[in-house]
Ligand binder design. Structure first.
Ligand SMILES: Cc1cc2nc3c(=O)[nH]c(=O)nc-3n(C[C@H](O)[C@H](O)[C@H](O)COP(=O)(O)OP(=O)(O)OC[C@H]3O[C@@H](n4cnc5c(N)ncnc54)[C@H](O)[C@@H]3O)c2cc1C
Length: 432
């Protein structure tokens, strides 16, 4: 008997969850396709960026995850487009046919069309982004040590994080800890207060999806850790020398990290809606293409007029749900509309400080921080990684040390003369 072929695009949270569910039914054969040979645990990417964890500790080989599923095969390749007429996907120039497709290729950083973001700011979406940030931060500090020009030194020692959502908050807090506990000891040539971490948020408060009390706690904690929080500060341009704000002021900085939002990963052949996300029916398939399901960050289903959150639990739940709906269809049963189970929110700010909101309950401080640690260790893929990350955190907690301060590729920073040539003054206008 010819088995139904389900092709799953993307081995992130949504794709893997779909594969696990489909693998239980031997009437289907599954092909999982990803451009990387590893599954990435994005929630800990910021720790790689601040030299707290090594890259392999938050990634896991996809083939190792699939070993126990005989009806699943993995294809490493870049998905270029979907041909909905002939029911096939193009992968590195070759066609792969499907009976059903589950699309879970995630999201990319959203630059909102702001000039210079793509060229000069670093997103935090992939392992190479995280390593790039680490290289840039450490290279900037090394460069600052040997620079005699005061304005250049100040710009080299200013790290700007754009976006006061969970990633921006976690990253800004972690950079403050890197400064206070590690750089202060490694670089006697630099006074700790010389290093400035600026968190820019266009809206009126950080973590705007949480209660105002949680936002206030987060801002207070970050400021106590030495982060300059600037709310109501929308970016109008990023240049090689810093960030211009909508009020016209310019913040000289050689390291600008962009965590201001994401949009759906573009995939030619499929329709895209608001923020690049693909609208689906509540059963998670595309209305015009009932054999194509979309899950995770790319899914644009709205519930009560609001899009679902782009978080790992939602991607996992949708992946499993879409798989179950495919299997229901094969059995001739009706498909069920997706119901999201909101597990709550947890954001870490720094050592002993986090904020959590679960079903109307708000908690902060060490309790929230311990809960954050436990949840992340529990969900991290691979027992070896769980042990190594936990070991790393215990080591850092007691020694105040971040183990991975290695520059893979030294970054070269443009000189002030070039700044003058490009008419970008290295002059402070705010957030001093
Ligand atoms: C820095 C950061 C921190 C986060 N922290 C949290 C957190 O603390 N808690 C939380 O719940 N969520 C967090 N998230 C969000 C969460 O990671 C996402 O919601 C989740 O990963 C979405 O799952 P997905 O399956 O839709 O996409 P992803 O997990 O992004 O997987 C997409 C997969 O598709 C592959 N892919 C993409 N394009 C192609 C292509 N053209 N060809 C082949 N393969 C392709 C990618 O390689 C990837 O493996 C964070 C995200 C980031 C970036």
């Amino acid at each position: 008997m010819e088995r139904t072929h389900v092709v799953v695009l993307g081995a992130g949270f949504g794709g893997l969850s779909a594969v696990r569910e489909l693998a239980r039914d031997r009437r289907v054969r599954v092909t999982l396709i990803d451009r990387n040979n590893y599954h990435l645990f994005q929630p800990l990417l910021y720790q790689v960026a601040i030299a707290g964890l090594e890259a392999p500790q938050i990634a896991w080989p996809i083939r190792a995850l699939l070993r126990r599923y005989p009806n699943v095969r993995f294809l490493m390749g870049n998905v270029e487009s979907v041909d909905t007429v002939d029911k096939r996907v193009w992968v590195d120039g070759k066609a792969v046919s499907y009976d059903y497709l589950v699309v879970s290729v995630g999201s990319i950083a959203h630059d909102y069309g702001i000039p210079g973001v793509r060229e000069h700011a670093i997103p935090l979406k992939s392992l190479s982004d995280a390593i790039h940030i680490r290289d840039r931060v450490l290279s900037a500090v090394e460069e600052a040590v040997r620079t005699v020009d005061a304005a250049r030194r100040r710009a080299l020692l200013t790290f700007v994080v754009v976006g006061g959502g969970p990633t921006g908050v976690e990253l800004a807090g972690a950079l403050a800890e890197l400064n206070r506990h590690v750089l202060a000891r490694d670089y006697p040539e630099i006074a700790p207060e010389e290093i400035r971490i600026i968190l820019l948020e266009a809206g009126e408060r950080l973590l705007s999806y949480l209660s105002p009390a949680s936002s206030a706690y987060t801002q207070r904690t970050l400021e106590r850790m030495g982060v300059t929080v600037m709310t109501g500060s929308a970016v109008s341009e990023v240049t090689p020398f810093g960030v211009r704000l909508q009020d016209g002021s310019f913040l000289p900085a050689y390291v600008v990290i962009w965590t201001a939002g994401v949009k759906g990963m573009p995939l030619p052949g499929l329709p895209a809606g608001r923020n690049g996300r693909i609208p689906t029916t509540p059963q998670l398939f595309i209305p015009e293409h009932p054999d194509i399901y979309v899950v995770g960050d790319l899914n644009g289903l709205e519930v009560d007029g609001k899009p679902l959150p782009q978080v790992a639990p939602c991607a996992k739940q949708q992946g499993a749900w879409a798989a179950r709906n495919i299997l229901r269809r094969l059995r001739g049963q009706p498909e069920l509309p997706f119901r999201y189970w909101d597990k709550g929110n947890l954001v870490t700010i720094g050592r002993n400080h986090a904020v959590g909101e679960v079903r109307g309950l708000r908690f902060t401080g060490r309790l929230a921080w311990l809960a954050w640690l436990a949840v992340h260790i529990y969900y991290l893929t691979g027992f070896r990684n769980q042990v190594m990350v936990l070991g790393n955190w215990i080591y850092s907690y007691f020694t105040y040390d971040f183990a991975v301060r290695v520059i893979h590729r030294r970054h070269q920073f443009p000189y002030p003369e070039e700044a003058v040539r490009l008419e970008e003054p290295l002059v402070e206008t705010s957030a001093s």
